[in-house]
Design a protein around this ligand. Structure first.
Ligand code: ADP
Length: 380
């Protein structure tokens, strides 16, 4: 089932009040993520990873993600990916997807009739030299020109038949907190951070972003990104440790007594490409875990009645009715106190994350836990 379909089905059961909380939570989360991203980039703390991926698949994923919002407005959504693009390129797929989702999301937001068209073409072949900061990139910059691996410069275009942008606003919209027309903010939401982040990410990917637009007729946003055709040569390559693959599509049980926090955690999981089901109490969680529907538990520690530590003990106890006593459990706790981690691990949890959680930290913990559990399940 598509994530959007699942989300839609989930939301059908929401009361109007819960629907409002859900949508407020979603907006808040987008806002927090945007601010975190921008401040990370501004502080030179954002690092791009280099992982193998298929551009064609990435564009399909974006189309799949945006089919529901576009369909909701009866907008056509199609794409053309130039034939003969390299089947596998190396770069930061998640950040590239983020840029594309942002542009397609805006296109949907600012278009009421017609449709959105995504195109990908190859601009040139060259050498991989990523601008920006970060450990990986510094590594690349240290190499001499002759050592740069071969690369391709791809151009992505997102064309819409929407409201367009006045010529005098075009230069401004890539600045943080800038919108072409403030009245749109009230109608469409948003605070003008998306394109500022897009610009910085694209810059880090060795590309540029620009827009052609006619007010009242539509806009075409273009960006380029340089992607390597070879894996990054690490300095210690002969000894290099395999990077754990990024885990997606996990079925996660979120156990949290506070509805809004639970919703927020679920949205973060969905942002990271997982499915989330909520339980509000310990007994409810134990009941859910009698079904084979889950790969992972993300659990609040401080819950009234049966707390997270007790739930974890019950999960591990062979006497409980839980189906998989070895299911990985990640604890969430508000008080990042020394000693908390030991208490959680002692109760049988696999890892610990302090609130407020953010998407990249949570994903890093999930990857670590899933890898460790996999290694335990299949010792060499
Ligand atoms: P937000 O969408 O949150 O306002 P962005 O940085 O993504 O922030 O966009 C800034 C502004 O650029 C928008 O408020 C809008 O005025 C304009 N804009 C962006 N994309 C489009 C588009 N596809 N069509 C028309 N205007 C757009």
């Amino acid at each position: 089932m598509l994530q959007e379909e699942a989300e839609d089905l989930g939301q059908q059961n929401f009361t109007p009040d819960l629907q409002k909380i859900h949508s407020a939570g979603k907006h808040l989360l987008t806002l927090i993520n945007d601010i975190l991203d921008l401040s990370k980039i501004e502080a030179d703390r954002m690092e791009l990873v280099q992982e193998p991926f298929s551009v064609e698949q990435l564009v399909s994923d974006v189309i799949q993600m945006m089919t529901f919002p576009a369909g909701d407005k009866k907008l056509a959504l199609d794409r053309i990916v130039a034939p003969h693009l390299p089947a596998v390129v190396y770069g930061d797929a998640q950040r590239l997807r983020q840029v594309l989702v942002n542009l397609v999301g805006n296109a949907v937001k600012f278009t009421d009739k017609g449709g959105i068209h995504i195109a990908v073409v190859q601009e040139d072949e060259g050498v991989f030299r990523v601008r920006g900061s970060g450990g990986n990139n510094m590594e690349h910059q240290k190499q001499s020109a002759g050592e740069h691996p071969p690369s391709v410069l791809l151009r992505f275009s997102v064309q819409d038949t929407g409201i367009g942008i006045p010529t005098d606003k075009i230069a401004e919209i890539f600045h943080p907190f800038t919108q072409a027309d403030n009245s749109h903010a009230r109608k469409h939401g948003g605070i003008g951070l998306g394109l500022a982040i897009v610009k910085r990410l694209v810059d880090m990917m060795g590309g540029r972003v620009w827009v052609e637009s006619v007010k009242g007729q539509g806009s075409t946003f273009h960006f380029t990104a340089r992607l390597s055709l070879q894996p990054a040569p690490g300095p210690e390559e002969p000894l290099s440790i395999e990077r754990p693959p990024i885990r997606r599509g996990l079925r996660v049980l979120v156990v949290e007594d506070d509805a809004t926090s639970g919703l927020l955690a679920s949205e973060i999981l969905k942002t990271n490409g997982h499915e989330a089901t909520q339980a509000f109490t310990g007994p409810e969680a134990l009941e859910a875990l009698t079904r084979p529907d889950f790969d992972l538990v993300l659990m609040d520690v401080m819950m009234p009645g049966m707390d997270g530590l007790e739930v974890a003990r019950q999960i591990r106890s062979p006497a409980s009715g839980v189906r998989n006593h070895a299911i990985p459990v990640i604890a969430m706790t508000a008080n990042a106190m020394k000693g908390d981690e030991a208490t959680c691990l002692h109760a049988g949890m696999n890892a610990y994350i302090a609130k407020p959680i953010n998407p990249s930290d949570l994903q890093a913990v999930i990857d670590k836990v899933m890898l460790a559990c996999q290694a335990e399940a299949s010792p060499r």
